[in-house]
Design a protein around this ligand. Sequence first.
Ligand SMILES: Cc1cc2nc3c(=O)[nH]c(=O)nc-3n(C[C@H](O)[C@H](O)[C@H](O)COP(=O)(O)OP(=O)(O)OC[C@H]3O[C@@H](n4cnc5c(N)ncnc54)[C@H](O)[C@@H]3O)c2cc1C
Length: 381
Amino acid sequence: MVYECIVIGAGIQGSFTAYHLAKNNKKTLLLEQFVLPHSRGSSHGQTRIIRKAYEHDFYIHMMQESYKLWAELEKEAGVKLYRHTGLLLMGPENGKDFQLIKSSMQRNKIPTVVLERHEFSQHIPNVNLTSGDGAIVETTAGVLYADRALRAAQAVFQTHGGTIKDGEKVINIEPGDLITVTTDSGTYQAKNLVITAGPWAKTLLSHTGLQLPLQVLRINVCYWKEKIPGSYSINNRFPCFIQMQPKEAEHDIYGLPSNEYPGLMKVCYHMGSETDPDERDRQTDRREVDALSGYISRCFPGLVPVPAVVESCMYTITPDKHFVLDRHPSYSNIVIGAGFSGHGFKFGPVVGKVLCEMSMGQNPSYDLSPFSIHRFNGNPK
Ligand SMILES: Cc1cc2nc3c(=O)[nH]c(=O)nc-3n(C[C@H](O)[C@H](O)[C@H](O)COP(=O)(O)OP(=O)(O)OC[C@H]3O[C@@H](n4cnc5c(N)ncnc54)[C@H](O)[C@@H]3O)c2cc1C
């Protein structure tokens, strides 16, 4: 049997690509190396932040459509995938990064509330705003129910006639007008291929002679206990937050209100140490946890500053932290979605849409030059 398209990798990006292909009546096979559902890639876990707060207009424009597509999936699957909480953004008030994001939100008319220092604790109790920091709330941001969303996209894909084969690892790709994909238990052919292999993208792309500067990081996903149950709870309308340039560390810290584990708030560091995706759970580097503990003691006095639960996840980062959404430079019927750099989940529906468009030979709905492979030319590392 020849498929119109094979998609490798059933994380959020591959699942949404397959979803859009099937909705366009393309006979599609979605291949996944692990038995679904699994927690060994980047799309597992119960929650992710959804927001439009970005410095770059191209992300904001994509998010405007992404919200609509998430709502469409909610309707199709009949499940609730989004909960509105708002996003509190804190960072050095006169710093370049904070000012850039603030002005891009205002320019794009994203509903925001600027909190002045004297009124901060009245609106956001139990948080100490760092001296010199400003605070803005993006009111339409919130929480996405990640595991549920992944299952919903896969279910709608199957309802539209798509085929999922899980527990099958792709071990070879032979490019051509008809692409041959070999797994550890079968061989399949398709006119088009989409590679959305998350942390394994680099390995898989090497079968096609392409080297991309992707780095895989292991992230400690930490949950911290509320001293008074409910004080940072989603039910008490505590928002998600991003702390830019914390005093304790080089990279951002972010958090989500207590929700999936009652009484535990998720607060993580937006960086990790390099890992081999097949060895992720053997690595126990917890250096970032110390920085988080220091930050929590200082700014979130209502949390016990020792993590109650630590899980792991992976980021696949590019040098500029922008995604890779492009055709293979040597084979135009191979499309690549990779390097989502720890912020790709919320874009799933729109990433899936553009990867689908490219694989159907259409012009993508967005200018994808920020995501092109050419940007690494001359600087492949
Ligand atoms: C701790 C953490 C917090 C995050 N928070 C946010 C957030 O708040 N908001 C946000 O927008 N984003 C967030 N992200 C980022 C987001 O989750 C990722 O960008 C997104 O999940 C990446 O999806 P993916 O489909 O590219 O990768 P994956 O989910 O890893 O999917 C790739 C799939 O390909 C499969 N695969 C690989 N190789 C093969 C092969 N050879 N054969 C068959 N199958 C194969 C893998 O098994 C895997 O299932 C977070 C990520 C982490 C880790």
